[in-house]
Write a protein that binds this ligand. Structure first.
Ligand code: CTP
Length: 413
């Protein structure tokens, strides 16, 4: 796994000779773990062919606002693509494209996407040194920076036009390092985070058990986002088919009781606990040593309550900042608020289950975050992106808490 694992990057190519480097850039972005989609302006197609970019990205190249290829079954294609991206990287960014982005124009697919997205936008300028040094270009750059757009480069050196000076696009390896830095926020640096994820398996006999439809995707994405934010992260995971996120210490468990023990073994060191697991509320009262035979016409399974891991962590005096999840089918906010109070946690992330395209096995989810300050709605988006937004809000809420409370926690170590 690379530095950009799970990141969705929309590469916007504009008209400039440096466009020839985009095939290599795309290949390297993918090697670094990113998913890449490519948007080209008309001018860009003069320098590199869409077929080349389609081949290296392994996806159709998007060129027009009303492209069918963007999202075949929707009339809001550009919105879908803008939502898809974690980062829009405009490389090379011509002087003209910088001017359009600075003005907020939307006269082609790429500029429309940059306006319509709430993802990070970065530009890698590439142009003749006179164009770069022109006050109009410098004014546009200042406007872009003011609007939160990251500017990568340019480098100095010999230019395609034969002149020497600033205006060369950075090399692909440099662009990739800068893109990775954008995701490494440092919001949780120096903190220890424990995340639970996945379902649990409660044995009935050696071959049967009770489980649920949780895939673990959300919990794994949260652990990944915590590491990206600089936290030392432990992921206590029930049975899933997912690859462990890089730099995360994974502890594998099967039952809710094992999950409880694994969490409490490590909780003394934790600053933040995030319970994403769909731990079973009940387990069979007895586990048969041998496989149960189908002798009777009916059978009754007696279940007993499992410990509530989240509530047990929230009950620790001067314990970590605790975040719970609430999966609800009705009255989302009402039930989630009740859960916040009942379990005594600092924040609840509520998601509506039983609706298409979000929840258990889906790649997308939407959350309402509830704490004592109010509600923040995070609309439907890919789970990895949602996890980063969640971590941002957790960091904000954690740091906003009475600092003496956090200091006391530090003394507990
Ligand atoms: N949770 C836990 N241990 C359990 C059950 C749940 O730590 N044995 C945690 C989950 O990780 C989640 C939160 O509790 O963070 C909410 O779980 P949910 O299933 O939505 O609600 P319950 O508390 O089980 O309540 P109810 O089933 O009544 O909705």
């Amino acid at each position: 796994m690379g530095t950009l694992t799970n990141k969705r990057i929309l590469l916007g190519i504009t008209g400039g000779i440096a466009a020839y480097k985009c095939a290599d850039l795309t290949r390297r972005l993918r090697d670094a773990g990113a998913e890449v989609r490519v948007v080209m302006t008309q001018a860009a197609t003069q320098f590199v062919t869409p077929l080349t970019m389609q081949t290296v990205s392994d996806h159709p190249v998007y060129q027009h606002v009303f492209d069918d290829a963007v999202a075949p079954d929707t009339t809001m294609a550009h919105i879908e693509l803008a939502r898809w991206a974690d980062l829009i990287l405009v490389a090379p960014a011509s002087a003209n494209s910088l001017a359009k982005l600075a003005q907020g124009r939307a006269d082609d697919l790429l500029t429309t996407l940059c306006l319509a997205t709430d993802a990070v936008v970065a530009v890698a300028p590439a142009m003749n040194r006179q164009m770069w040094q022109n006050p109009a270009t410098q004014d546009n750059l200042a406007a872009l920076r003011r609007n939160g757009i990251a500017v990568f480069g340019p480098a100095e050196g010999i230019q395609a036009c034969g002149e020497t000076g600033p205006g060369r696009m950075l090399e692909p390896a440099e662009l990739i390092a800068l893109a990775a830095d954008l995701f490494a926020t440092g919001l949780l640096s120096g903190l220890r985070v424990i995340v639970t994820a996945g379902p649990t398996w409660e044995s009935i006999d050696p071959v049967r058990g009770i489980t649920n439809r949780s895939s673990g995707k959300m919990g794994y994405a949260v652990a990944h986002a915590a590491v990206d934010a600089g936290a030392e992260t432990i992921l206590v995971s029930g049975p899933t088919h997912l690859d462990p996120p890089e730099r995360v210490d994974v502890v594998r468990v099967t039952s809710a009781q094992q999950m409880l023990a694994a969490v409490h073994d490590r909780i003394g060191e934790a600053d933040i606990f995030i319970g994403v697991a769909a731990a079973a509320d009940y387990r069979p009262a007895e586990v048969s040593v041998d496989k149960i035979k189908k002798d009777a016409e009916t059978m009754t399974l007696k279940l007993i309550r499992n410990p509530d891991i989240l509530a047990s962590v929230a009950a620790i005096p001067q314990g970590p900042f605790t975040v719970g999840f609430a999966a609800e089918t009705t009255d989302l906010i009402h039930h989630a608020r009740k859960k916040l109070e009942r379990k005594g946690v600092d924040m609840i992330a509520a998601n509506k289950v039983g609706v298409p395209e979000t929840g258990f096995d889906s790649d997308d989810n939407a959350l309402a975050l509830i704490d004592d300050q109010g509600i923040i709605e995070l609309p439907r988006m890919h789970k990895s992106r949602l996890a980063r937004r969640l971590i941002r809000e957790i960091a904000r809420s954690y740091h906003a808490k009475d600092s003496t409370e956090n200091t006391r926690r530090a003394h507990r170590r």
